[in-house]
Structures are given as C-alpha cells and as structure tokens.
Design a protein around this ligand. Structure first.
Ligand SMILES: [Zn+2]
Length: 247
C-alpha cells in the first residue's frame, strides 16, 4: 500500500485522537462515583425494607401493649368489684369473706405482674421507635449523599462529553487527510490490536509494541520508498517514519 508521507503523519495524529477518545470512554465507564452511587442505591433499598420491618414491629408492640393494658383493666375491675362487695357489708359468711380477701390479694398480685408486662412492652416499643428513627435518619443522610454524588457524576460526565465532542470534531477533520484504503487498514488493525493501529518508528523501536526492530527489518524499511506504507514485523501495526526514526 502506498500513501504520501504527510498522509502517514496524519495517521499518527488520528491515532492520538482515537487513543484520547478511548481514554475518555474508559474514564466515562469507570468514574469512581458510579460504584459509590450503586453502593448507596443498594443501601437505600436495604433501608426501605428495614424501615418497613421496624415500623411493623412498632405496630405489633402497640397492639401487644393495648392488649396487656386491657388485661390490667380487667383484673383491676374485678378486684374493685370484690373490694366493693367486701366494703358493702353484704357478705357476712366468714368463709365467703375470707374467699373474697384471698381473691383480692391474688388479683392485686396478678395486676402487678401484668403491669410489669406493660412496662416491659413499653420499653421494647421505645427501642423499636429509636430503631425506626435511626433508620430514617440514615435514609435521609444516604439520600442526601446520593443526590450530591449524582450531581458530581453528572458534572464529570458533562466534562468528559465536552472533551470527547472537541476531540471527535478534530478527529473528523484529521481523518479527511488520510486516504481511504490506509484509513480502512488502520481501523482494522485498531480493532485487532487494542485500539492502536498505527505507531511511530522511534529510534529503531516500534512505539506500538515497544520492541526494537532487528537490523534486517530496519534495512528493509530504510530501503522502502517514503510513500510505501510499512508495517512492524513484530506486531503488524502500521509503522510511520519520522526524522527521529533512527534510519
Ligand atoms: Zn510493533
């Protein structure tokens, strides 16, 4: 393949622009904000589930507390009733009186036990409330972090896009100076060799694979016409000669 030396130089300019675009695309994919945003979104999902569970626990404890308070009321009502009967003087049999007194004592003990139960439930309810509050606080701060990080990501992406836009426009202009067949070969090699299709021959070394060319190959390149498109024997990339090629 033949191409004017100036066209071959332009190919190196094109390669630099393409490499810049590749780096920008890589940076776009690997922005540190992306992983952090994903982590925060995961945490928010966990928090939503945890809040539902914690609120359900609060609701359950509310019901448990009401039930326990009803139990206390029931026992108290019965003890009051017994006490009234006792105070009324209508019960006269010693056996009945003694029975009533025993029942009152037993009901008072029972009431004390049930009140303990109510207090214990109230403590648990307080803990459950604190848990909901803690989770909600974390949800709020995580949401704020996410908003801030999303803005940071968007601004980073915008900068990358602007730079890519400028680079892309320059690339279009440079590509016009490269003949079609050379451009097609370059694109093919770029696809095969990690984005680098053309490299400069610098002081006897290919800047594509960074290997020093042997004397035979250097002599062959030295002998080649300047409009001959030469390739690196090691990596097969297009080799572009410059004043600093060491030929
Ligand atoms: Zn090479």
């Amino acid at each position: 393949m033949k191409a004017a030396p100036q066209a071959q130089q332009r190919l190196i300019d094109l390669q630099e622009l393409d490499s810049s675009l590749d780096r920008l695309a890589h940076r776009r994919r690997t922005l540190p904000e992306l992983a952090e945003i994903q982590r925060l979104e995961g945490r928010l999902t966990e928090l939503r589930d945890a809040i539902v569970a914690a609120e359900t626990a609060v609701g359950d404890l509310d019901r448990e507390q009401r039930k326990a308070e009803q139990d206390v009321d029931q026992v108290r009502t019965r003890a009051d009733r017994d006490q009234k009967r006792l105070d009324s003087g209508q019960v006269t049999s010693a056996k009945d009186l003694s029975g009533l007194q025993t029942e009152i004592v037993s009901l008072q003990r029972r009431q004390g036990d049930l009140e303990e139960v109510v207090l214990e439930i109230m403590e648990r309810r307080e803990e459950a409330d604190a848990k909901v509050t803690g989770l909600r606080d974390e949800q709020t701060s995580t949401g704020a972090d996410l908003t801030e990080l999303t803005a940071k990501r968007d601004s980073a992406l915008q900068k990358i896009d602007e730079e890519a836009g400028t680079t892309s426009a320059a690339r279009t202009a440079v590509a016009k100076d490269v003949p079609e067949d050379l451009l097609a070969l370059y694109e093919k090699l770029r696809g095969q060799f990690g984005g680098v299709g053309a490299a400069v021959l610098y002081r006897g070394s290919c800047q594509g694979c960074h290997l020093a060319l042997n004397t035979v190959d250097l002599n062959r390149i030295r002998a080649a016409a300047e409009d001959e498109v030469v390739r690196c024997e090691e990596c097969r990339r297009i080799l572009v000669r410059t004043a600093e090629s060491g030929l």
